[in-house]
Design a protein around this ligand. Structure first.
Ligand SMILES: [Zn+2]
Length: 436
């Protein structure tokens, strides 16, 4: 039942404790969540797709946004933070993440927490983990989720789907699997769609049971046929790109009529093709700020033998084409008006860098032809909508004050998303995490 991660550990890892810049997050939460804070003179991108407000105010109280916009008033006694020249937007939400215990050198909880801090340090304030690997890990992620609304949160929020359901023989088994995870109080159900493995009637039963339990189901697909098969039976979310052929109008119409979101995960496929040689980005300072967590896998991927294996694997060429096709389909679907949400599949398998790859994903979405605003909406408002996280994703009254402040305007150049000035979660400013 549980998907076994093939890679979990190799390695000679020097004791990886939180070091350097990441470590400072621990102690440096600054804004008391109970006080009133006003971010003033700031460009506001609210995550809905509305035009940016050029000189606005965002008021935060008790972890939530209590006023926002051009005419929002600063309450008496509020702590003012003048952000002249900067941009504030909602914290980004990875709608297809994995928060998994990936090293044996560190206890599970410590590893999961440092990964959530890593996401946050890159501006990703929520990770929706679509697949856990063991019973223990599942329980720990649920504990982390359950405590996050009651503690002074100094890490990204996490939600979980339970393991990806696959390899079942009967509709009855499918219903029981859904019940098992629903009983654990997961946030949603995830399944791998491989029609040779499980027939449509099994997916139909799984989807039906998911809905009976008041949950929604995310689907791992590769082909257009797989995606349509599960959509016809009520699937709620397409969690990867269609990668075998161009999407057609029928598919676009189905997604829109059913209000189903689509998560491209372009960096998932990137991770299967880019390590044929030493990737240039290993040298980027923006990548290296995550090195305390990345080191183990960087060492593995840096081995010539690893890269040679990648070059010789016939699957690599297949995925190169799939990535091209997925990129093309993203543009077709976006132009067709489908709700696109950002997700990466980071945190599972090798070279899928939590934090860094969300940034790369968004850049790839823009390269695919989306506007910076569309890519930002996909990463904020839309990612919250497809994940049914109604309290997150936009800057509006009543929403959680999960924010990213940038030193430069990402609407002018999407790579300005890397210019992180500060990250706020539940109204609390995280410690300085980068080179700024
Ligand atoms: Zn995944």
């Amino acid at each position: 039942m549980f998907r076994i991660s093939t890679h979990i550990v190799v390695g000679f890892l020097s004791a990886l404790v939180l070091t350097g810049s990441l470590g400072s997050e621990r102690s440096a939460a600054q804004a008391p969540a109970s006080g009133v804070t006003a971010l003033t003179n700031v460009r506001i991108i609210d995550g809905t797709g509305a035009p940016a407000v050029e000189r606005g105010t965002v008021v935060i109280s008790n972890g939530k946004v209590t006023a926002a916009g051009a005419s929002a008033q600063v309450p008496a006694g509020a702590t003012r933070v003048d952000l002249n020249g900067k941009t504030v937007m909602p914290g980004m939400i990875n709608a297809h993440a994995h928060v998994q215990h990936q090293t044996k050198s560190m206890p599970m909880r410590d590893d999961l927490v440092r990964r959530l801090r890593l996401y946050a340090s890159y501006g990703i304030t929520t990770a929706v983990s679509l697949g856990q690997t063991t019973v223990e890990e599942q329980a720990e992620v649920i504990r982390l989720r359950d405590e996050q609304d009651t503690i002074a949160l100094d890490r990204a929020r996490v939600y979980t789907s339970g393991p990806s359901i696959r390899g079942l023989k009967t509709a009855d088994e499918a219903r029981r699997a859904v019940d098992r995870y629903a009983d654990l109080k997961v946030d949603r159900i995830k399944t791998h769609v491989v029609l040779k493995e499980m027939g449509p009637e099994i997916y139909a039963a799984m989807i039906d049971q998911t809905h009976k339990r008041g949950l929604r189901i995310a689907t791992h697909i590769f082909t257009l046929d797989e995606a349509k098969t599960v959509l016809e039976r009520g699937a709620d979310l397409i969690a990867h790109s269609v990668r075998d052929r161009d999407v057609d109008q029928a598919f676009i119409t189905m997604l829109k009529d059913r209000n189903v979101g689509y998560i491209p995960t372009l960096t998932r496929d990137l991770s299967l093709v880019v390590y044929q040689t030493m990737p240039a980005f290993f040298k980027e300072p923006f990548f290296q700020r995550g090195m305390a967590v990345y080191r183990e896998q960087v060492d593995m991927i840096s081995q010539p033998a690893y890269q040679q294996k990648m070059r010789e694997n016939p699957q690599t060429k297949v995925i190169e084409k799939a990535l091209e096709q997925g990129t093309r389909n993203l543009k077709l679907l976006s132009d067709g008006g489908v709700m696109i949400a950002m997700g990466t599949d980071s945190g599972t398998d090798e070279g899928r860098w939590q934090g860094y790859f969300e940034q790369v994903e968004i850049e790839m979405m823009v390269k695919a032809g989306l506007t910076p605003m569309q890519a930002i909406v996909a990463s904020t408002g839309n990612a919250a909508r497809v994940s049914r996280l109604d309290h997150l994703g936009t800057i509006a009254v009543g929403k959680a004050a999960d924010l990213v402040v940038l030193d430069a305007n990402p609407l002018q150049d999407i790579r300005n998303l890397r210019q992180i000035n500060s990250v706020w979660i539940a109204g609390r400013r995280m410690g300085t995490t980068g080179t700024n």
